[in-house]
Design a protein. Structure first.
Length: 359
């Protein structure tokens, strides 16, 4: 292996950098996957990344978010206020699944969503540094729940940031748009009684079930380019015991938005009916995104941190891995795609760096 003092031609430096960082990205992905970081418990993986980035010579900061949780933001001394920042998230959905690999893939929770992306972005940053180009790195907590890390990061955006390259599993295709998220909670209340005498009670479950049935049958908007708005009833809870008329029932719903939500909210409330309460605790809006010439495109049917990062410049969305295996028992990332992502992140940074100033 070359030492820092060896007189390597620039072409040779790029060649060996490409090989070594492709190998390191696989190792780093597995190391990150093996650190459990389910949303709310990101401190350990954050500390690991902080240490690794400091070791690589980055000016690295812990950005406090909540309790022991923090974002990690890293820049180079040569450019402490970078125009381009690579970003993604450190948290994962449950359950924790340790890493494994075979000849073509890395497996485990977060392999593609989004720890492999972290590794690819660090590798790309190192490769860019070797040729004198410097980008920032922003790794956040809380994307899988409420984007709290992104919300805090937005309060600390650097003044000179012009472009944000956010990583999510898009199979290395750049997103034309990202669907929004509307969380909806439907709650029914009743009165308890002995189940042998139902007439003395008032079943909350009997109110919730028809409301959910009506919502499932409700027509949702669609767009020929973006696709359809979709509904998932993700959680239902309620009741006390089989022999008790239930006084409480609740459901958490999630709509994937393809436009503004005002009319949809009104229709949801009207369709659910007067016997239940409807609230909307979270919305992340639908976004149309900027692209980069020469890259294949896609529509992201999922939501990202981007809506909460409005002060970090023009957003772009791209990353290795397939969203179809994210959040599954068999989550994985292809090693070939991981290596290709390093090339893509470098290409995008160089192309954006050559772009004229934003009007």
């Amino acid at each position: 292996m070359f030492s820092r003092s060896d007189p390597i031609p620039l072409s040779g430096l790029r060649f060996w950098s490409a090989i070594l960082w492709s190998m390191d990205a696989v190792t780093l992905t597995r190391q990150l996957v093996d650190i459990e970081s389910i949303t709310g418990n990101e401190a350990a993986v954050g500390n690991y990344l902080y240490g690794e980035l400091c070791r690589l010579g980055y000016q690295t900061k812990k950005m406090p978010v909540e309790g022991e949780r923090f974002n990690v933001y890293a820049t180079r001394e040569e450019q402490p206020d970078p125009a381009i920042v690579f970003s993604t998230h450190m948290d994962t959905v449950p359950p924790f699944i340790p890493s494994s690999e075979d000849a073509g893939r890395i497996y485990g929770r977060g392999a593609c969503d989004a720890k492999g992306i972290i590794a690819a972005q660090i590798a790309a940053s190192e490769r860019l540094r070797a040729r004198g180009t410097h980008v920032g790195l922003l790794f956040m907590v809380g994307e899988e729940r409420d984007s709290l890390g992104a919300q805090v990061a937005n309060e600390h955006a650097p003044a000179g940031c012009r472009f944000l390259v956010n990583g999510e599993p898009t199979e290395n295709r750049i997103a034309l748009a990202s669907k929004g998220t509307l969380r909806c909670e439907v709650t029914a209340r009743g009165r308890m009684s002995h189940s042998a005498y139902p007439e003395l009670g008032d079943s909350a479950i009997d109110k919730l079930i028809p409301a959910l049935s009506r919502l499932r049958q409700m027509s949702l908007p669609a767009d020929p380019e973006i696709g359809a708005c979709t509904l998932n009833i993700g959680l239902i809870e309620g009741g006390r015991a089989p022999n008790v008329i239930p006084d409480y029932a609740h459901a958490d719903l999630l709509y994937r938005l393809i436009g503004k939500s005002d009319e949809l909210r009104r229709e949801i409330a009207a369709t659910a009916g007067d016997e239940v309460e409807v609230t909307f605790p979270l919305e992340l809006p639908f976004l149309r995104l900027r692209t980069v010439d020469g890259l294949p495109t896609m529509i992201a049917a999922f939501t990202t941190d981007i809506p909460k990062l409005t002060r970090w410049g023009q957003p772009h969305l791209i990353g290795p891995g397939s969203i179809h295996v994210a959040h599954t028992q068999g989550e994985y990332i292809d090693k070939k795609q991981l290596a290709e992502a390093i090339d893509l992140y470098c290409k995008i940074a160089l192309q954006l760096g050559a772009s004229p100033d934003i009007a």
